[in-house]
Ligand binder design. Structure first.
Ligand SMILES: [Zn+2]
Length: 438
């Protein structure tokens, strides 16, 4: 586990910190005057500064998706629904005050339903046959559409669209989400201001966020413009570093040709690293493994890039002074990330390079040694342990499980391990995340 002691507390402060962590009425919040305060809450939800409280240094969330968080926040929450009927009820309730073009919902999970069945087109038609509706499963890999939405898809030949049930999966989702109009800059700014309020409410004042694919048109210029304008207007109340997800050579070339470079921006908003995705997730058994999944023989996950294609992207960025951070969860994906970083550093050595691996979950001891040797930064999500501890052993077996999620082992080797929440995958509440820091 994570063995960070992020604060240089005195003995008394440590005692108070531990007490506040235990106290369900306490919270970590960024105050009006930009101090990070850990204190009990009054009944009106304000901070009780009359009792013992702590001031913490500014807290960073080093990997999340802020604009996507804002998107999801505007949707009908289906988390915790216990039946398809609950989903219909939640949709009908929202429809009463609904004004947009698409009624979107997120979070249903048929494993929580007594009949364990997916909702269908017919179910969503009970909410409305006129307003297009899309209800996405909690994992984000499956969505259900009603008739009004399916009508807009008419003529689409994608094999991942099931016309009978309105179920759309995986790559078919791109076709589906492309229907949803992308907000313009003023709306994006409103969404961000609202999300930033939530960040401060939960103790975060600085954030590294991966937003470029959050909108259906994938127009990152609008996103850069929104942040820049907010900063100019004095409305960017947290510091923001953009982790630039540009997945193809064409995208990266286009980005560089427009003159964007890492480090550009202001004190409050900066262009950060190139972000790449090398594999999927442990839950979906798509993280790319050296060996087959313990509970799924014949499957070792998904490798997104051929070595050469990946190297080309990484070299291109590194040559331009841009660090590269790679989403890699399975041990084989982590090998691929390390190979690529090692090669690019030999070809185009940069003294202050801070290439990184995001997630870095399934590891062996020899891999940790190599991460340290290559001076790779690890962007970890300590809070993932809360859910992943339940599936880790069945996915990878006992032995591999025992050397995985080994952030403590990384820190012992001098590897820089940064913590983040990956919100909206999980919540970014600092106090909740901190429970997993030791
Ligand atoms: Zn992420």
């Amino acid at each position: 586990m994570f063995s960070a002691t992020p604060f240089n507390f005195t003995k008394e402060e440590q005692v108070l910190f531990d007490q506040l962590m235990q106290d369900p009425t306490s919270t970590i919040r960024v105050s009006e005057d930009n101090r990070t305060i850990f204190a009990k809450r009054n009944s009106d939800d304000s901070l009780d500064l009359t009792k013992s409280h702590l001031e913490l240094p500014p807290i960073w969330d080093t990997h999340m998706h802020l604009l996507n968080y804002a998107n999801v926040k505007g949707m009908v929450s289906l988390h915790g629904t216990k039946s398809v009927e609950d989903c219909i009820k939640a949709g009908r309730e929202r429809l009463k005050t609904f004004q947009g073009e698409f009624l979107l919902g997120r979070g249903w999970n048929q494993n929580e339903f007594s009949d364990q069945r997916f909702p269908t087109k017919a179910d969503l038609n009970q909410i409305s046959t006129e307003v297009p509706i899309i209800f996405t499963r909690t994992c984000g890999h499956v969505a259900i559409a009603n008739d009004a939405t399916m009508k807009l898809l008419e003529g689409n030949q994608h094999p991942d669209i099931d016309w009978e049930t309105g179920t759309i999966i995986e790559a078919g989702l791109n076709e589906l989400y492309a229907l949803i109009p992308s907000p313009d800059v003023p709306i994006i700014k409103e969404m961000l201001v609202d999300a930033i309020g939530d960040l401060r409410y939960h103790g975060i004042s600085e954030v590294h966020t991966d937003d470029f694919t959050a909108l259906s048109d994938r127009d990152y210029e609008k996103i850069i413009q929104a942040y820049t304008e907010l900063d100019n207007e004095g409305k960017l109340k947290v510091k923001v570093v953009q982790q630039c997800l540009l997945q193809t050579k064409e995208e990266l070339v286009g980005f560089l040709q427009k003159g964007h470079r890492m480090g550009q921006g202001t004190e409050n908003f900066r262009i950060g690293s190139l972000k790449l995705l090398l594999d999927g997730s442990l839950g979906a058994r798509t993280a790319y493994m050296r060996e087959d999944y313990h509970d799924d023989p014949g499957n070792c996950g998904i490798r997104i890039y051929e070595d050469e294609a990946l190297q080309e992207l990484v070299d291109m960025a590194n040559k331009q002074g841009m660090d590269v951070i790679m989403h890699a969860i399975g041990d084989a994906a982590i090998d691929q990330a390390m190979d690529t970083i090692e090669k690019t550093q030999k070809k185009y050595p940069r003294k202050n390079a801070r290439h990184g691996i995001v997630h870095c979950q399934i590891t062996s001891e020899d891999q940790l040694d190599r991460i340290a040797e290559l001076n790779i930064v690890v962007y970890a999500q300590p809070i993932f342990w809360r859910d992943d501890s339940k599936i880790l052993e069945s996915r990878v077996g006992k032995e591999k499980a025992s050397t995985s999620y080994n952030w403590g082992g990384m820190q012992e080797r001098g590897i820089e391990v940064l913590a983040g929440s990956d919100a909206p995958v999980v919540e970014f509440d600092v106090k909740e995340n901190m429970k997993f820091l030791k």
